[in-house]
Write a protein that binds this ligand. Structure first.
Ligand code: GDP
Ligand code: MN
Length: 377
């Protein structure tokens, strides 16, 4: 009897072990975060362009087994834009995201944060534009070193493709220091130059397979790693998180956070009145005491840092958006929404873009309790 019981116990232990192994195996096979290396490698190979010119936003180059050694002409690739989606679950649908960054300075923290994004890197293309200044040259060198390091590192970290552009016009400001940049009288020329930089970057890199464009400034040094999935989940044509800055509060002697970007707002009657009485080339600017607009700023809608009940997915509709981090369905850009370098309804750059998207029939949204952080100079 004793023997039989011990045998029975043994066999039940065996069954339990077998059960656990099966569950772990099923979990491993179904889990989206499981390193599905062979699947990824297969997708990479399938995706690779056969020619560096066709198409521009895919990884080049597929090793074509051309035995003659002759260069073959680029293949004709058909894209059915009707089948190109931007959905609430973009990773599952294999949607391509283009991250665009105008860059005057290179911050290692920006790059490290980019590397930590959990959206499959093989679905992400990167595009940069840098000014042709001394500072821009230094940033280009640092960026190229970072790109080389990442693209030759572990395969899962590598991005699908990387494009670096140098600006073909001069930077209007001598100095990139924060004080100088933010002077009221410098705003118009500076933001018009930024518009041109953003447009050059967008029109050069948007590919036929791009589903989403994520604008991400070079000095955004901290975001949730799930940034792309979190923003896409709202399924909005244009959506913007709240851009804050961490700083050391010398009074409380603690690290705290404060609003940084004031370009995401809901319009006010005061601003509308101001605009009505403006000359055709004048622009409205936000965040300057010289010109109070009484717009409702998303920066001021954020819940307190210690408010544990704040819902990061609270949505508000916006009339103006900032571009420090900005998620746009590629369709909106494809329809023609860009960054006006001229006063458009007395708005320029990202705020003008929001207006243009609106005029095209889209709505812009903000997440007051979802934060990204700007570098503190
Ligand atoms: P602010 O944070 O609103 O003061 O704006 P920034 O000066 O940080 O500029 C926004 C983004 O554009 C950042 O990523 C900068 O690195 C980048 N940037 C600033 N000036 C230029 C420029 O002249 N050319 C290009 N290509 N990028 C720029
Ligand atoms: Mn900045």
């Amino acid at each position: 009897m004793a023997v039989a019981r011990s045998l029975r116990r043994n066999s039940s232990v065996t069954w339990i072990v077998a059960g656990v192994v099966t569950i772990v195996l099923i979990f491993f096979l179904l889990s989206p975060s499981a390193p599905a290396t062979s699947l990824t490698a297969h997708r990479r190979q399938q995706d690779a362009a056969e020619h560096s010119l066709s198409p521009p936003t895919k990884p080049f180059l597929k090793k074509a087994g051309s035995s003659s050694g002759k260069r073959t002409p680029p293949p004709v690739v058909r894209y059915n834009l009707n089948e190109l989606n931007a959905t609430a679950s973009p990773a599952a649908a294999g949607e391509r995201v283009l991250i665009l960054t105008p860059m005057a300075r290179f911050y290692r923290e920006y790059w490290d944060n980019l590397l930590k994004l959990t959206y499959p890197h093989e679905l992400i293309s990167l595009g940069f534009i840098l000014p042709k200044t001394k500072e821009g040259n230094a940033a280009t060198a640092a960026l190229q070193a970072a790109v080389a390091e990442t693209q030759s590192g572990p395969v899962d970290n590598r991005f699908a493709s990387v494009t670096i552009l140098r600006q073909d016009f001069d930077s209007p400001l001598e100095s990139q220091d924060e004080k100088e940049r933010h002077k009221y009288e410098n705003q118009k020329i500076r933001r018009q130059a930024m518009s041109r930089a953003r447009n050059s970057l967008l029109f050069t890199t948007l590919g036929p397979a791009t589903s989403w464009v994520l604008w991400l400034d070079a000095d955004i040094i901290e975001t949730p790693p799930t940034l792309i999935q979190d923003l896409a989940r709202h399924d909005k044509p244009v959506i913007v998180p709240n851009c804050f800055q961490r700083y050391y509060n010398t009074t409380t002697k603690r690290m705290e956070r404060r609003p940084y970007d004031f370009n995401s707002w809901q319009d006010s009657d005061t601003a509308q009145e101001l605009a009505k009485n403006m000359g055709r080339d004048e622009i409205l600017l936000e965040g300057y005491a010289e010109l109070p607009t009484y717009r409702l700023l998303m920066a001021h809608m954020a819940a307190a840092e210690e408010d544990a009940d704040a819902d990061p997915h609270t949505e508000v509709q916006l009339d103006g958006v900032g571009g420090t981090a900005l998620m746009v369905k590629a369709q909106v850009h494809r329809d023609g929404a860009m960054f006006p370098a001229f006063p458009f309804y007395h708005l320029v750059e990202t705020e003008g873009f929001a207006k243009m998207a609106r005029r095209l029939g889209y709505t812009c949204w903000g997440l007051p309790n979802y934060f990204v952080y700007h570098y503190n100079e």
